[in-house]
Design a protein. Sequence first.
Length: 83
Amino acid sequence: YFNILPLTRTVTAELSPQSDQLTNVQFKRFTLGPIGFDAPEQFKGFLDVTYLDDDVRLTRGDKGNIFILTRMEDDDDDDVNED
């Protein structure tokens, strides 16, 4: 957490779009290094998309958190022919 131990942290969630701007989130699993646990059913919320383009998505969660997501490069992009 404080870069004392380099532990991988993952969150698995199911996303259910409700509109172009709103997505419901149902958390499924949390993992910290080798330790993981299933999320309780009540661990859910929503994301409100406030900005979206080809590279960046800004969302605000139902608890007020702001998430800045960037698109990862796809190795297949090198094979795309744009004529």
